[in-house]
Unconditional design. Sequence first.
Length: 177
Amino acid sequence: MRAIIDYLFGFLFSKPDLIKMFTREGSQPTLEQVRAAIKRGAPVKARAPDTRTVLMLAAVRTQDPEVILELIRAGAKPNERRYGVNGYIDTDSDSPPTHSSPTTALMMAAESNPNPEILNALLEGGADPRIGNADDWTAFSFISRNAKLKGTAVYEILRKAHENRKPADFICSSVAI
């Protein structure tokens, strides 16, 4: 009986955790699950201990572009950056972090998500493809590593944005947005 009461209390009074939803092994939350979590008060601007945002986790994990757009509509910032000590990216790995790591949701999706519609959703939601990380690697630098996206329309969009950067873009890419 105590277990049932604890479960109901937790269900009724705790906020859902989008970070846990997207980091659970093998998890790919559906649009309905994300909407329900947001409706129950899940913070869309939350960060995982490694400083990735909910949107960054979704950009890597989901195959549904509507999940990306729902998070952005709920307040997730598509140009938010992953941060760490001295400008390096914090990781849980034993290897030292590098500047050549993706630092925005668009960069992360470009590097590891095989679905071009996820990148299109991020761009539609306001992700800036001209932003660079500490080494000025843009989303195009990362999509070049993703064989499944080479030759797609979004690959060309990112290539053109990378090639057409202006000096002001390089200055702005060093500043957190």
